[in-house]
Design a protein around this ligand. Structure first.
Ligand SMILES: *Cc1c(COP(=O)(O)O)cnc(C)c1O
Length: 402
C-alpha cells in the first residue's frame, strides 16, 4: 500500500524536501536522539494514545465544535464561512494540543522539568498548564522587554507554578529567550525536556507538533462533512506564525481536493521590520536549529519582525510550510494589521466571538476569499480567543459602530 502523506513526510532525518533537519550543537545530539526514539515508540503505543485521548476529552474539552458563521457570511455576501473553534479549547487556544502531549512524553521519559522560551507568553502559559497537570517543574525563559509588555501572561504562568526567568542580554526579547532556554537545556538535558511551541525547531519537533495538532484537522473534517451532507470544504484557512495551528488544520485535508491557505502577517508594510511574512518575503536559511525560509537582515541574522498579533511575529516558519508552498500544495496569503483589526471587531459584533488577533488574520483573509468566491465554503481555524488582546485593541483602535 502506498504510504499517506503524513506517514511519509518528513523523511527519517526530519527533512521536508530540503527544509527541516536538525542543526544542533553536538552537546544536544544525544538529547534530541532520545526524544526522537521516544516519540517514535510512544506514537505507536496504545497506552500513550489512549492517555492523550482521555486528556483531550476530559481536560481540554475536545472535540471543539465547527460553527457555521451565518451572520458573518451574510454580511460579506459571498461564500460560506465556517469556524473550527480552537478558542474553546482549555486555556483558549490550540497550543495546549501539543503542550499536553509534549508533557506526556516528558513524563514517560521520567523527566522532572519542562523548559521553553516564550515571546508573548502564550506558549509559556500553555506549557505551565501542562506542567501543573503532570506535576512537572516548568522553567520559562522570556526576554525582559517581553516580561514588561506581557504582564498578564507572566502572572498567569506564575500562578500556575512556573518559574519565569528573564533573558537580560541583547535586545531582551524572543531571540535572547531562545538562547537562554537552549543554554539551560544543554546544562540539564538529563532531567528536562525542551518543549518547542510550534512546528519549528530541530527534528523531530516539526513532525511531532504537527502530529499532535492534527487532531484539529481530523475533527474538523468529520464535523464539516457531517454538517454538509458529506461534502468537503472548498478552502481551509489558518494564520501562520510558526505554523502549528495551520498544520493542524491542513493535516486533515492534505490528501483531499481542498485548497489550503496559510495567512502571514503583513503588519504595517512590506519593508523589512514592518511585517512577519516569512514565506512571502524571506529566503532560505538556518535558524533555531532547522532549515527553512526566513527573514534576514543585511548581516544574514534573523531580521526584526512586527505584527499586531504577537503570537505570529516570528522571522522564520515551520519547514513543512516552506515545502508545501514549494510543491504547490498550499497557497500563501497575507493580511495586514488594519484588516485583522477590522475582522476582530466584525467577528465580535456579528457573531459574539472575540478572536485572538492572530486568528483575526485568518478571518479577514477568509472574508476576502468569500467575497471573491460566492459559491465556495471556507473553513477557518479560529486558533484562539481574544481576551488577551482586548485592552491593547480598544486603546489603539476605537470600537467601531456597526
Ligand atoms: C501562538 C498562536 C498562534 C501562532 O502559532 P502557530 O504555531 O503559527 O499556530 C496563532 N494563534 C494563536 C491564538 C496563538 O496563541
Amino acid at each position: 500500500m502506498e504510504k499517506s502523506y503524513l506517514d511519509s513526510t518528513p523523511d527519517e532525518n526530519g527533512f521536508f524536501g530540503k527544509y527541516g533537519g536538525a542543526f544542533i550543537p553536538p552537546q544536544l545530539e544525544k538529547a534530541f536522539a532520545e526524544i526522537n526514539v521516544a516519540y517514535d515508540k510512544l506514537s505507536k503505543s496504545h497506552e500513550f494514545r489512549h492517555e492523550l485521548k482521555k486528556i483531550r476529552k476530559h481536560y481540554q474539552g475536545r472535540p471543539t465544535p465547527v460553527y457555521y458563521a451565518k451572520n458573518l457570511s451574510e454580511f460579506v455576501g459571498g461564500g460560506q464561512i465556517y469556524l473550527k473553534r480552537e478558542d474553546l479549547n482549555h486555556t483558549g487556544a490550540h497550543k495546549l494540543n501539543h503542550c499536553m502531549a509534549e508533557a506526556l512524553i516528558a513524563k514517560h521519559l521520567g523527566k522532572k522539568k519542562l523548559i521553553a522560551e516564550t515571546g508573548a507568553g502564550q506558549h509559556g502559559v500553555a506549557l505551565a498548564t501542562a506542567a501543573a497537570y503532570f506535576g512537572l517543574e516548568c522553567d520559562i525563559y522570556m526576554g525582559e522587554v517581553d516580561i514588561a509588555k506581557e504582564h498578564p501572561n507572566v502572572v498567569r504562568m506564575k500562578i500556575l507554578g512556573a518559574t519565569v526567568i528573564p533573558a537580560t542580554h541583547g535586545l531582551k526579547t524572543l531571540k535572547e529567550a531562545v538562547d537562554s532556554a537552549f543554554d539551560a537545556y544543554v546544562g540539564d538535558s538529563e532531567n528536562s525536556l525542551y518543549a518547542i511551541g510550534s512546528v519549528v525547531g530541530p527534528h523531530p519537533f516539526p513532525k511531532m507538533v504537527r502530529d499532535f495538532q492534527s487532531i484539529v484537522g481530523r475533527e474538523a473534517r468529520e464535523q464539516f462533512m457531517e454538517m454538509s451532507d458529506g461534502q468537503l470544504p472548498d478552502h481551509a484557512v489558518a494564520c501562520v506564525g510558526g505554523g502549528s495551528n495551520a498544520m493542524g488544520l491542513f493535516s486533515g485535508f492534505i490528501d483531499d481536493p481542498v485548497k489550503l491557505h496559510g495567512v502571514e502577517p503583513l503588519g504595517v508594510g512590506t519593508k523589512l521590520g514592518q511585517h512577519a511574512a516569512s514565506l512571502t518575503y524571506g529566503e532560505e536559511g538556518i535558524m533555531h536549529g532547522f532549515n527553512s525560509i526566513m527573514l534576514k537582515d543585511e548581516k544574514g541574522e534573523p531580521a526584526p519582525v512586527y505584527s499586531v498579533g504577537s503570537g505570529i511575529d516570528y522571522p522564520s516558519v515551520g519547514p513543512e510550510h516552506a515545502y508545501l508552498r514549494d510543491i504547490g500544495r498550499t497557497i500563501v496569503g497575507t493580511c495586514n494589521d488594519e484588516d485583522a483589526i477590522d475582522a476582530f471587531y466584525k467577528l465580535s459584533q456579528l457573531e459574539g466571538i472575540i478572536p485572538a488577533l492572530e486568528s483575526a488574520h485568518a478571518v479577514a483573509y477568509a472574508m476576502k476569499l468569500a467575497k471573491e468566491n460566492p459559491k465556495d465554503s471556507i473553513l477557518v481555524n479560529l486558533s484562539g480567543r481574544g481576551d488577551k488582546d482586548i485592552d491593547f485593541v480598544v486603546e489603539k483602535y476605537p470600537i467601531p459602530i456597526l
